[in-house]
Design a protein around this ligand. Sequence first.
Ligand code: PRX
Length: 622
Amino acid sequence: MDHKETLDSLLHEERVFRPLPQMLIEAGVNPQDLRAARELAEVDLCSYWEEAAEELDWFKKWEQVCDISDAPNYRWFSGARCNIVYNALDRHIETVNKNRLALIWEGEPGDSRQYTYYELYRAVNRFANGLKALGVGKGDRVVLYMPQLPETVIAMLACARIGAVHSMVFSGFSARLLRERVREVDPRVVVTVDGFYRNGQVIRLKEEVDRALLDDPAQNLESVVVVHRANVDVNMDSARDCWYEDLVRHERPHAPAEIMAADDPLFIMHTSGTTGKPKGLVHSHGGYMVGVHRTFKWVFDLKPTDIFWCSADPGWITGHSYLVYGPLLAGTTTVMYEGHSLYPQADRLWNIVSKYGVTIFYTSPTQIRTLMRFGHRYPEQHDLSSLRILGAVGEPFNTEAWLWMYENIGKGQCPVLDTWWQTETGMIMISPLPVSVLKPGSVTRPLPGIDADVVDAEGNPVPDGKGGLLVIKKPWPAMFSDVIGDREEVMAHYWKRIPGMFYAGDVARKDEDGYFWIQGRADDVLNISGHRIGTAEVECALTKHPQVAEAAVVGVVDKIKGQVAKAYVTLNHGFVESDDLHRELKEQVRRELGPIVIVRSIEFRDELPKTSSGKIKRTELG
Ligand code: PRX
């Protein structure tokens, strides 16, 4: 099994790390508070989340905290009216936060921009008015194909402010994938950049957009807005394209926040499953806002002086929830970096930490493993003493990498929080708090209000220490609220497999302390550097090659990226394997899906093992 190495290292880990006394004194939520919150949530889940919701501003309060009458179509805060951007911006500019830094951005070449809450508010309003001038209104969709830039945050918030639904396509994805998303999402506007900096090169994103939009895949697409970033020449279609700067120049810096129903859509985020086509999940204003706000403040023990840095790209759910919405809802300063962590050398991240005095750093295990290779020399060259909390998400955090981060980045002074959650959950679900006792490799216990368990295929709890399927038994506010496409099928996938429970698609075990250890995916989904990729998507990309008859893809362990893909391929009659074909197929996957999908090796076979019904038996490969 592909997770074996990780699993072995997790099974043999017995060390525990207790919180430092100072943390216990200073934490906003101490172990007693945590216990009380768990108890409240156990006896009255709605009261627990209602209390969390009361910390935010609503135009109209809810009639019901959670309507379970049509389960699993749960409705959170039904009857309520709100706008997440009102809570992320307007709420703060009426307080001392008005002049606090909301966003610190650093470009890869070393340029930097900063926005106070008031400045961000004005920029968002200008673009909100610009979008309105392009005809975008409540319920319209806007695709954002953007890298890590301030305008990316501005565009997300501007859409949400006027009730439009943003759908971000990761800037590392290919034109083909963008085209598919545009066709499915059917936006009125696409927002992009001329180009951006990545690992010393300029990535020309607008060119990808032009390629993706050849012969108009979207019925309602009217405009493409292009942000100036890299000053590269681009083709501008005068009937369709406009520069961001021209659009906002004469717009007023005030725009009312649209009054939204709590379950009105906020954004669409695609995620890979077992089919060849990623699912478009929808998150909405009310429940998502409450879940992300509460978990952000509690997990990271937020203080007024914090500078928070989540290194995830906003193109993924982690970036949405904990680079943009969580920090801004909480009124903290969020840091964003455009480029590559090894550019110009392997100390870039530590340079940023020390330069801006980052206090909380949230990243991925792959990022840590990548930097670990360079040893402790680089972290030692920088003053990392501002850090007080470290965290990671997205894939199993092996003990070695956990300990390296704890010792070399946190200097034994910062808790390392391994947080488990998903695109589906919208918010952190299983995670320690800074006051928790930590076991490297474990995501510890579910947060208050989260009823997680490990069960067998019939839904019966499995004994401690034994592997099983990770499920969530009760609803939570940031759960995806809708689906674009076949809702019935998607809901059945998550809720009918084990009736009455949310099926997360992960294998996990619990230990005698109730600590969860996530072992990997239970389905045909790869986790490459924390990015979810369905094996079927890679197979589809391979079989598009005219010489390929069939392809089967499995995950293999990679020391840095956690997993990479290995492909088994049969060729059409008359073709033979060659080094050129090998290279061509790898390039084909890259072109179809983007550079994040790494095919380590390709094995050519005469035939692939099949079940009697003709399905490929992936378990017999690898
Ligand atoms: O397999 C789990 C893994 O990432 C999957 C969710 O991927 P995605 O929706 O892209 O969201 C990633 C970031 C929230 C999960 O089903 N995963 C996430 N966190 C962890 C993890 N695996 C092990 N440990 C984690 N802490």
